[in-house]
Structure formats: C-alpha cells, structure tokens
Design a protein around this ligand. Structure first.
Ligand code: 9YT
Length: 134
C-alpha cells in the first residue's frame, strides 16, 4: 500500500505551479505508481478563465470548495460548479474553466500523468513528460 498526505506532497516538487498563473496542482499519485490513473489536488485561482483540450487524456474533476463554471465549446453550454459538482470530460471535450472564487478540485487522469506536465499551446498535456524526482 502507498500512503501520502497532501500536506507532505505540496512541500515537494509534486506541486506544479502553472506558468500561466491560473492554477497549481499537487500530483499525489502518478504513472510510476502503476495504478492506471493519476490523482491530483488542484487549486484554480480566483479570476482564472482559460481554455483546455485534453486530446490525449480523459479527466474527471470534483469540486471540493469554491465556485465557478465550465463551458463546453462545441455547444456553448455553461455548467455551474459548486462544492459537490463532478464534471467528466469523457469526449476529450474542448472547454473553458472559470473561477469566480478560488476552487479546490480533485482530478483524475487516464492515462496517468508522468509528473511535470503543464498545458501545451492547445491546452493539452503531451503523453511524454518528465517524472517527479524525490
Ligand atoms: C481542472 C483542471 O483541469 N485544471 C488544470 C490542472 C489539472 N487538473 C492538473 O494538471 O491537475
């Protein structure tokens, strides 16, 4: 069994701060744990408004705190996000995420992230990326 705490993980290089200033993500469980998915605790900063398109991954995002919305760009539908909301990008949906208040999210990716991924110009993560060294 593997046991980790967010409090410990966010003091290490598992905590990735996005260069665009919109979010940080503590990657608590990664590809090299061999679970077939990765698990992250992500903070979306208040006022963030940015586009993503995970062409190489499926992602589920659960809101633990805060407030915002997610918009699917194919149809322009805006879904409010409050604590308890889970959104599931089951179709590699191109989407915009907006935070009216700072949001704490629990995120699961399939396939799992390697560790150091940040968004490319299209708002996707590449399948190959640097791992976390501890
Ligand atoms: C909710 C979302 O997709 N935020 C971007 C960061 C991502 N969750 C990650 O890398 O953990």
């Amino acid at each position: 069994m593997i046991v980790r705490t967010l409090q410990d993980a966010e003091k290490t290089n598992r905590k990735i701060v996005s260069p665009d200033g919109n979010w940080d993500s503590t990657r608590m469980l990664l590809k090299d744990d061999n679970m077939g998915f990765s698990f992250h605790i992500t903070t979306i900063y208040a006022g963030a408004d940015f586009q993503m398109h995970y062409q190489n991954h499926l992602e589920s995002v659960y809101c633990m705190s805060g407030e915002g919305e997610v918009e699917t760009l194919a149809d322009g539908v805006k879904y409010p996000i409050t604590p308890g909301t889970l959104y599931i990008l089951d179709k590699h949906d191109k989407h915009v995420l907006r935070a009216t208040k700072e949001m704490k999210m629990a995120c699961v990716f399939n396939p799992p992230l390697n560790g150091k991924e940040v968004h490319n110009a299209e708002g996707a993560y590449e399948l190959e990326a640097e791992t976390i060294s501890e």
